[in-house]
Ligand binder design. Structure first.
Ligand code: MIC
Ligand code: SF4
Length: 656
């Protein structure tokens, strides 16, 4: 039986385990990336592990999320990150140079290699045949020190693309269609591998829009085979020598298959406030729009902004609609400026921003009260834009631009009919991607050689070994699909404390219950209870670390999102699965006691735990964990575990 592309890359990098679905495997990581809001912890943990030099082929540190540097704390973070990159041997992309995924795609993404990144949209270079996975920062630190990265071998699902996209349908509509069919939890435990005759009609930037937003399905990764398009793209980036011809065998055996006929697609849109609330644009046409934003790691490329600029050429934006363009990289920005497109957009009324994540996490361009914002981003979780009760829709740049021209949501096909002289603009790849040459500092020529820690850079707290007896109140009961944006929001007032855990912890779950942090601190232990898909969204490990700091012992949920579950193990919080009936019955405030000797049971591989609620009734909860995860959990988290191993002489930190 032949191999899938995923299996081929994993096989090439396998250091532990077998490629059996559901089995834990350890893989070698070739490249890592990290960014400004997760990177500080990555390097602090790298340092705490006693590591002193990057061991992967390449490590890249980006400064992209908070580049406006509203507060000295952000600038201190950036200063620390530059010093860490210089000291330990990573590339450093300066603040303003663009979003990690965009800049990585342009400069480093390489077919056939593995990439681990402390950002959930790390799978973006899957569009170039790279196997790229998002994880918590501690896993990135260990991988950067040369240790393997462990995952459960995912199911590999084939997405067969047929036909070609009709006018006005785009790559964004392909991934919105996937979300419409599968939902935000439809990809958990899966890698989506795109094949079929439709693939060749998609350029690399279109493919990376799809792989980027595969994250919203909860997928471990998404990947395309390489072909002439990949070779051509790499050549235009001046990196043709990095091309590798790689794809699945003809008789590859997939766990499942989905077929999408591209020619059936039409412009789609995700309604507030979940990326899977997808409907055809025409169904919500006529809705007034206050703000339109083009940008982000999904649709902020040169190839995304160019069609928008072409649509705006010689036209004006409706006076009561604001339009902001924030390119994904400075290179894209510089190219558009040199070609005159920036001037066209400005003349049409666009407010042109620097290359940053910014508004995607509520930093800048926060929508006004009771308004509607159309964005080309990947997430529209409630409140993420910086205002509670927001109304954020997700769509392609073409749909967003049509709305800015009309002042309301409109199917661009109808707008084209109405205006008579508007055609689907499409885009050509530039002959050469050139620009922003001065914004990446190489490890060979660093500007710092020692760590610079401003007053906002704290230490990483450690947890004690797991206790034998775990008991405490249900501190909070939450519904399905709680995101890491609920647990630790990323807006500026909170984001600036990413390197200061005691302070950041004060905001834990404040969007769900503003008294939570104090209640958790006062109660000396306790549990969180949640529905399905707990911890979806961002990879931020702070969403596990802060509850740990507040004394939370564990989470009882119907199911967990992959990265967050790994982060819970990494910080010593027990993730237990419960069934729907028991979930319904538990109430906030109920006392929870795990009847077993927890430490012993975790270490010895026990899967079912008896949980006594209010000394009144019992439920059975399940711990689905590998042998390695059990030891990490029992030792109080990965940092304590790794240190302990090093002290016992049972393994160097990098060996995990
Ligand atoms: C996001 O899109 O939510 C973020 C901000 O990029 C996060 C990373 C973070 O929280 O710093 C992610 O996707 O992992
Ligand atoms: Fe940045 Fe938004 Fe992409 Fe996260 S999803 S990396 S915040 S642009």
């Amino acid at each position: 039986m032949g191999q899938t592309l995923t299996e081929k890359i994993l096989d090439d990098h396998l250091v532990e385990g077998e490629l059996e679905t559901g089995e834990e495997i350890g893989i070698e990581i070739d490249q890592v990336l990290t960014q400004d809001t997760t990177g500080t912890l990555v390097w602090l943990q790298f340092e705490a592990l006693g590591l002193d030099e990057v061991q992967t082929e390449l490590a890249a540190q980006y400064c992209d999320h908070q580049t406006y540097q509203f507060d000295f704390k952000n600038t201190d973070d950036h200063r620390f990150l530059r010093s860490a990159a210089g000291t330990f041997g990573a590339y450093f992309s300066r603040p303003g140079n663009g979003i990690c995924h965009n800049v990585h795609k342009e400069n480093f993404a390489a077919p056939g290699k593995t990439l681990l990144g402390s950002d959930s949209h790390t799978p973006t270079p899957g569009g170039l045949g790279q196997l790229a996975i998002g994880s918590g920062g501690l896993d990135v630190a260990v991988a950067m020190g040369g240790g393997p990265y462990y995952i459960e071998m995912p199911e590999v699902v084939n997405v067969r693309l047929e036909g070609e996209l009709p006018a006005w349908a785009t790559a964004k509509d392909v991934i919105l269609e996937m979300l419409r069919r599968l939902s935000v939890k439809g990809g958990v435990g899966k890698i989506f591998e795109y094949t079929g005759p439709g693939v060749e009609s998609l350029s690399v930037p279109e493919r990376t829009t799809i792989t980027n937003m595969g994250t919203e399905l909860g997928a471990t990764s998404s990947v395309f085979p390489t072909d002439e398009q990949t070779e051509d793209y790499l050549a235009r980036q001046g990196r043709e020598d990095e091309f590798v011809d790689i794809g699945p065998d003809e008789d590859a055996d997939y766990d499942d298959q989905i077929v999408i006929d591209l020619s059936d697609l039409e412009p789609l849109i995700a309604e507030p406030s979940m990326p899977d609330k997808v409907v055809p644009v025409r169904e919500v046409a006529g809705q007034d729009v206050d703000q339109v934003m083009i940008g982000s790691c999904t649709n902020g490329g040169y190839e995304d902004i160019l069609p928008s600029a072409k649509m705006l050429e010689g036209r004006s934006i409706e006076p009561d609609t604001e339009m902001i363009v924030a390119p994904g990289s400075k290179k894209a920005s510089e190219m558009l400026a040199r070609e005159g497109w920036t001037a066209e957009m400005m003349a049409a009324g666009v407010n042109y921003s620097e290359a940053t994540c910014g508004a995607c996490i509520g930093i800048g361009h926060v929508p006004s009260s009771d308004s509607v914002s159309l964005r080309t981003f990947n997430r529209n979780f409630e409140g993420r834009s910086g205002i509670e009760d927001d109304n954020v829709y997700l769509c392609s740049p073409e749909v967003a631009t049509a709305a800015a021209i009309k002042g309301e949501i409109v199917d661009p096909r109808d707008l084209a009919d109405e205006l008579g002289d508007l055609e689907d603009p499409g885009f050509e790849l530039p002959d050469a991607y050139e620009g922003a040459e001065n914004d990446i500092i190489t490890p060979d020529d660093p500007v710092d050689d020692e760590l610079v820690k401003g007053p906002n850079i704290g230490d990483v707290p450690l947890k004690d070994e797991l206790d034998a007896h775990l008991e405490g109140p249900t501190l909070l009961k939450m519904p399905d699909n709680i995101t890491t944006d609920h647990i630790i929001p990323a807006t500026q007032d909170i984001l600036m404390y990413r390197s200061n855990i005691p302070k950041l912890s004060e905001f834990t779950l404040s969007r769900v219950d503003e008294d939570f942090a104090q209640r958790a601190l006062d109660s000396d232990g306790g549990f969180l209870v949640a529905g399905e898909n707990y911890g979806q969204g961002s990879s931020r490990e702070h969403a596990a670390l802060c509850p740990m700091y507040l004394g939370v012992e564990g989470v009882l949920a119907q199911s967990f999102a992959r990265i967050h579950k790994a982060n819970l193990f990494n910080f010593g919080l027990i993730p237990l699965e419960i069934d729907a009936e028991d979930y319904e019955q538990i109430e906030e405030g109920d006392n929870i006691e795990i009847v077993d000797d927890v430490a012993e049971a975790v270490r010895s591989g026990q899967e079912e735990f008896t949980v006594r609620v209010n000394d009144d009734w019992e439920l059975t909860a399940e711990l689905d964990a590998s042998e390695r995860e059990r030891q990490i959990l029992a030792d109080g988290g990965k940092l304590s575990h790794t240190k302990k191993q090093a002290e016992d002489g049972s393994g160097a930190p990098a060996d995990d």
